[in-house]
Design a protein around this ligand. Structure first.
Ligand SMILES: [Cu+2]
Length: 458
């Protein structure tokens, strides 16, 4: 507490009071760095204190801090932001320090941390520190543990980082609206012992979903399940950073889920072990191998692997609707239906109308349809072999020989050694697939008890 006696004598005494009591005054607020870019910023290496391998935030950055005595001081500013969701689409979101998600906060187990939170939103807010073990009055639940932070006001949170691990921050104040608008950030606490759980590359991102109508810029905040943008750090494929990894590196990927549904996150090419949740490190004897890890709503998971297998490995949510961008969910299934005449008729009324393809939707991955302003194709993105036909929560883990330590630049597409890519053989043409309503419509449906038809090779 600042007593009247502390206040007499001006700033010199105040500085002393701050060091003793942890209380600070307005004059002592540190700068609030801000960024307007959605490009991945280089990791922030510690200049003092215990050594650690800093995390890299996909399409994000780490919040710089300053030391004030033995306090590590950060300044978060809650404010409206412009976020590029992927090239071609920008959203008007709420976030922190210029972007959504906010910058990653990074510190070390045992650190005394002071976080200034300034509210530049049009309504009140708070910040809750998800997973941290801190005094109740620092927990950031508006109305329950503190008054809401009114627009224009600054609050201070102070606590000691009791344990290392993977955490996040978000408002606990008009929570549904503020999280639907993109307010969230990662918080990583490194172990005090630099050798404990050390990795060579440490990636972090948050999972969220937005519902932004075609041509609109602001998310609909009342949507509960039918979102159309499934994001990692408020980005969708092909806008999500690839994970550049040097062959031989020990790698950790940390993910937190602040969307309204669980996400089974799947990585190709490797098995991995879940080593950390927002509850703490998983003891070695309790880890089991996975290739997909379900990240629950309001939960965090970190997995680790040794990057011994070079390549371009797909890394994505396994809910297939979550690897699509904005799409109508009331699309009729026209597989096997001749739609040419139907499309012609409808185009008289709606010139850009395109029915779902009669052989599936894959053709959409390559076609150049006229697009309304500020939206993204449902499936898009090209690899070295053609359209990738994805969207949403999809990225590529790029394991390469010879990358520099701490070089996170995209190394380009993988050059496969000769003879290691699936290939087409020189075979006689096979019968085209049968189409209901097509030339083979009259053919009887086989019964399940019928023997499989033999392939006729000419
Ligand atoms: Cu998902």
């Amino acid at each position: 507490m600042i007593s009247r006696r502390n206040l007499i004598g001006g700033s010199a005494v105040l500085a002393g009071a701050a060091a003793i009591s942890g209380r600070v005054q307005a004059a002592a607020i540190p700068e609030a760095p801000s960024t307007a870019t959605s490009a991945m910023q280089p990791p922030l290496f510690p200049a003092s204190g215990p050594d650690y391998q800093p995390v890299v935030t996909l399409n994000g950055w780490t919040l710089p801090w300053r030391m004030n005595g033995d306090w590590k001081e950060f300044h978060l500013v809650a404010e409206p932001v412009l976020r590029e969701i992927a090239p071609g689409m920008t959203a008007h979101l709420w976030g922190y320090n210029g972007q959504s998600p906010g910058p990653t906060i990074e510190c070390v187990e045992g650190d005394k941390v002071r976080i200034f939170v300034t509210n530049r939103l049009p309504e009140h807010t708070t910040v809750h520190w998800h997973g941290l073990l801190i005094p109740n009055g620092m927990d950031g639940v508006g109305g329950l543990t503190q008054p809401h932070i009114k627009p224009g006001k600054t609050f201070v949170y102070e606590f000691v980082m009791k344990k290392s691990g993977t955490f996040m921050y978000h408002p606990h104040s008009d929570e549904m609206v503020q999280m639907a608008m993109g307010m969230m950030g990662s918080l990583v606490v490194h172990p005090r012992d630099p050798k404990f759980m050390r990795v060579d590359r440490d990636f972090v991102f948050l999972i969220a979903a937005f519902d932004i109508d075609t041509g609109a810029y602001v998310p609909k905040v009342n949507t509960m399940t039918d979102f159309n943008l499934w994001t990692w750090n408020s980005r969708v494929f092909p806008g999500i950073d690839h994970l550049a990894i040097r062959k031989g590196d020990r790698v950790r990927v940390r993910m937190g889920n602040l969307s309204m549904t669980a996400h089974p996150i799947h990585m190709h090419g490797y098995d991995f072990k879940v080593t950390c949740t927002d509850g703490g490190w998983v003891p070695e004897s309790a880890r089991w191998p996975e290739v997909t890890i379900d990240v629950p709503v309001g939960g965090m998971r970190a997995f680790e692997f040794d990057a011994h297998e070079p390549g371009d490995w797909a890394f994505h949510c396994h809910k297939s609707h979550h690897t699509m961008n904005a799409m109508g969910h009331a699309v009729n299934n026209f597989i096997g239906v001749e739609t040419r005449d139907l499309a012609k008729t409808i185009r008289k009324l709606t010139p850009d109308y395109m029915p779902m393809g009669s052989a599936g939707m894959a053709e959409m991955g390559a076609m150049e349809m006229p697009m309304p302003d500020n939206t993204l194709p449902m499936m898009t993105g090209f690899g070295q072999f053609g359209p990738i036909e994805m969207g949403g929560m999809f990225s590529v883990v790029k394991v390469r020989e010879g990358l520099d330590r701490n070089d996170y630049k995209d190394p380009g597409w993988y050059r496969h050694p000769a003879g290691t890519v699936a290939y087409e053989i020189d075979a006689p043409p096979q019968n085209p697939p049968r189409q209901n309503g097509g030339a083979n419509a009259a053919a009887p449906n086989p019964k399940s008890s019928d023997p499989l038809p033999k392939k006729e090779l000419k």
